[in-house]
Write a protein that binds this ligand. Structure first.
Ligand code: PEP
Ligand code: MN
Length: 363
């Protein structure tokens, strides 16, 4: 581990810090004459990094060395593949979840489930519990919404991803969901992260809208630390000074996380854009940056949607999105699993056929 210390520490200040390092099992040596760069050798433990970060004499842990955290891509660690129904995220495989922002009524949910299935999408999104900025906005149908999701699942065989807001509802949501969503507003609700981790279902963890990448990784760590490794990270945009888009999609974070963690990373272009007309472009950008999939809001009557109608794409646009996703993924020999049908000629032409290698879905 490599640790940077505060400037001008006296010997009697350094002594106790060096003693702590020895106590943690490290041998320590300074790499510079100014005694600010401290190299610690020894068996790392993932609790040591934050222990040192919290120390008043430490500016930063420059390199965590062996004390890697659970999300980290240790040497030779293969990608974690998260399976949701028949869909796979990670290890060169990607998938798409699509559906309305909220569960509104049974007939619409069933219609949309069948519609997204026709586009090759095997995971239906839809919130029964809605985290709304205003308490006066539609809050979701709650238990009734969960029952609708369960009924649509039974009717169509589609897998379900839905959000849980309250640790007390985790068990109930886990009975219906194939994949449990933790929303941006809950990313630092640590008791919820732990409770969802313990439910033993795959977890969709969204990045807090004000969270640094490191804070996002540490939220994931709360889930992973329960022993649940089935975690998919989701970049959905962070708050910025510009209101052109609802949030600022952090493509750099997607590219970084694809390298830094063994966990799959997906992009939510809908909440990033806040506008239906930008969703397709952001979806393509996310996959091009290394995302292992997408979660997208779809509606058949956006003007009547109970939430987020302005960012909902149509089923026709979803079809285009799934075809484009295949083309972008094929650029680096990845594929949608399950696939979304053959690429259309027009899409192939638009993407450039030369560089496309068609890959069969990995079973
Ligand atoms: C949602 O998926 O509808 C949602 C509320 O997302 P987020 O938590 O990213 O805002
Ligand atoms: Mn929404």
């Amino acid at each position: 581990m490599l640790v940077r210390l505060r400037h001008g520490l006296a010997s009697d200040e350094l002594g106790p810090l060096l003693a702590l390092c020895r106590e943690l099992g490290y041998s320590a040596r300074f790499l510079d004459e100014g005694r600010r760069l401290l190299e610690l050798s020894g068996r790392g433990d993932r609790t040591h990094r934050t222990r040192l970060e919290d120390h008043p004499h430490v500016v930063e842990v420059v390199d965590a060395g062996d004390s890697h955290e659970l999300h980290g891509r240790g040497a030779g660690r293969p990608d974690t593949i998260v399976r949701v129904g028949g869909a796979c995220f990670g290890g060169g495989q990607a998938a798409i979840a699509a559906g309305p922002c909220s569960v509104e009524d049974y007939d619409r949910l069933l219609r949309l489930a069948r519609g997204v299935q026709e586009c090759g999408v095997t995971i239906l999104r839809g919130g029964a519990y809605k985290p709304r900025t205003s308490p006066y906005s539609f809050q979701g149908l709650g238990v009734v919404g969960l029952e609708m999701l369960a009924a649509v699942r039974a009717e169509t065989g589609i897998a379900i991803v839905t959000e849980v807001l309250d640790p007390r509802d985790v068990e109930r949501v886990a009975q219906v969901a194939d994949w449990i969503q933790i929303g941006t507003r809950s990313a630092t609700n640590y008791p919820l992260l732990v409770e969802v981790g313990r439910a033993g279902k795959p977890v969709l963890l969204k990045r807090g809208f004000g969270a640094t990448v490191r804070e996002f990784q540490l939220s994931a760590e709360y889930v992973l630390n329960t022993g649940n490794e089935q975690v998919v990270l989701c970049e959905r945009g962070v708050r910025s000074y510009d209101s052109t888009t609802r949030n600022l999609l952090d493509i750099g974070a997607v590219a970084h996380l694809a390298e830094a963690t063994h966990l799959p990373v997906i992009v939510d272009p809908s909440h990033a854009a806040g506008r239906a007309d930008l969703v397709l472009r952001l979806a393509r950008a996310g996959l091009a940056a290394g995302a292992d999939g997408l979660i997208v809001e779809v509606h058949d009557e956006p003007a009547n949607a109970k939430s987020d109608g302005q960012q909902a794409i149509s089923l026709e646009q979803l079809r285009e999105l799934t075809h484009d996703a295949q083309a972008v993924l094929a650029l680096d020999s990845r594929a949608l699993v399950p696939g979304a049908g053959p690429l259309k000629g027009s899409q192939l032409e638009r993407e450039g056929t030369d560089s496309i290698t068609r890959t069969e879905p990995i079973q």
